[in-house]
Design a protein around this ligand. Structure first.
Ligand SMILES: C[S@@+](CC[C@H](N)C(=O)[O-])C[C@H]1O[C@@H](n2cnc3c(N)ncnc32)[C@H](O)[C@@H]1O
Length: 110
């Protein structure tokens, strides 16, 4: 058990802007993105470690990314998340890094 464990329970949060989607990315992210209506630039924080998981994230979110959106990859330095990002053909400029984590601002989504 990690320090932040909720013992299998979905955390209760009072911020109405946030909600949890519980399940595998392949089951939760496509339906979420299909009904998601962005109001502008997004901030996307990807911390799923695995290439296959990050691929689902970028494939589904790609249509919602606009110039100025920020993508943060927690494990960019280890390759998996960054590889999925590059394969999604999202053009972005790195603006900050800390350890293996990188933040980049999207400039084009062809
Ligand atoms: C490094 S942890 C992320 C920790 C999180 N950012 C936090 O601070 O609590 C990676 C998480 O991604 C989840 N994950 C990776 N691939 C997934 C997938 N395909 N579907 C659902 N969860 C996935 C793992 O279960 C794990 O909890």
């Amino acid at each position: 058990m990690g320090h932040f464990t909720c013992h299998g329970e979905v955390p209760c949060i009072s911020d109405h802007r946030l909600e949890f989607e519980v399940g595998w990315f392949t089951e939760t992210i496509p339906p979420f993105c299909a009904s998601f209506v962005p109001r502008g630039r997004l901030i996307v924080h990807v911390d799923c470690d695995l290439y296959s998981s990050a691929s689902v994230v970028f494939e589904c979110l790609r249509p919602h990314l606009v110039p100025g959106s920020i993508v943060i990859m927690d494990e960019a330095g280890t390759g998996d998340e960054y590889r999925a990002f590059v394969e999604a053909a999202i053009s972005a400029v790195p603006i900050a890094h800390a350890g293996c984590a990188v933040a980049a601002v999207v400039n084009e989504v062809p």
